[in-house]
Write a protein that binds this ligand. Sequence first.
Ligand code: AMP
Length: 403
Amino acid sequence: MSSNEAKGYNKKSVTDIDVNGKKVLLRCDFNVPIDKETGKIRDEGRVIAALPTINYLLEHNAAIIACSHFGRPKGEYKPEFSLAIVAECLSKHLNKPVKMAKDVIGEDAIRLASELKPGEIMLLENTRFHKEEEANDPAFAKKLADMADVFVSDAFGSVHRAHASTEGVSHYLPAVSGFLLKKELDYIGGAISDPKRPLVAILGGAKVSDKLAVISNLLKIADAIIIGGGMAYTFFKAEGGKIGNSLCEDNELESVLKCKEEAKTRGVKLLLPVDSIAGSEFSNDVEPLTVDSNSIPDGMMAMDIGPKAISEFAAEIKNAATIVWNGPMGVFEFSKFAEGTRAIAEAVANSNAISIIGGGDSAAAVRKFGVADKITHISTGGGASLEFMEGKVLPGIACLLDA
Ligand code: AMP
């Protein structure tokens, strides 16, 4: 038995079941970004990412009832949150009609679903038009499930939430993963349950409080943990360093000291940035100054890791067989403070390790610095990938059939 099986990440996927002639309720992530001025989809990436599972199902003679949330309509119908815009986009990419239902579980959806033939696809309206979606209401979930024979989940970005369309429907239908979700399970699940060693975790970003749970879990798994970004300065202050105006969460000083102690006890290397690039205020219009991270002058704020930190971190990354990365090394949005994140992105991209980027800002960084195609796996879910790496049971994964 592999560790993935032991941890419960070994789940059935769409290729493990017979979908021929079946009606498939397919949960996608169609929460696409909209251009405020034109009202059009700004980035069709999420629609394109859903195509492999959709094409597989259509080619295998299934009828697809696709569904998704979209924005925050707060439990009521609001035309600006209609998924009709996605149906149009999907139809363009599939080169076939996508029937758009006027509602989610109403008369129109039920009629269209009952008339749907194998090889056809329809899209339900935004699941969040009903407050029962986020409340994971069983009656609402059953109505969704009643339209189909099988549930395929392909919205990794939502599996950390027990909502009706991500978890509730699995109480009424056999549930399996689509290709997108399977890839996340294989890579992130593999890295935290049975990694090729050494496993090097890189954590950054602004708030240490957001990352304590993931540090705590990775201390049990990783061989080395690299800490950069604003969260690093709480560690320096906790050890009696001077951090000027750098980000710090004073109520977490004890927690970070505990992390350091635990790392020592467990023999996990914990690397902090020995030097930093600081500025006189949170702005790109300041003179950057290289400083030691434990003696940052008064009035200065550390906004990036320094050159010594970059070379120490890069050496550790070079040595890794598996890398997981979540959170930038500095304020990479400011050109004067982007070098640390850029250098780490390049080090990760140029390593021979299996590299996994946990969505959100680090995914944006590897794209910005043009190295995304050298990364093994870029997660589609920021929050979900963080909770996954925290070792939490994610309801939208736990509910799938075991392989
Ligand atoms: P998070 O959402 O916690 O992953 O934080 C990401 C944000 O942290 C990015 O927008 C970065 O600009 C910001 N950030 C990273 N390092 C620093 C720093 N040293 N000081 C202030 N903000 C930072």
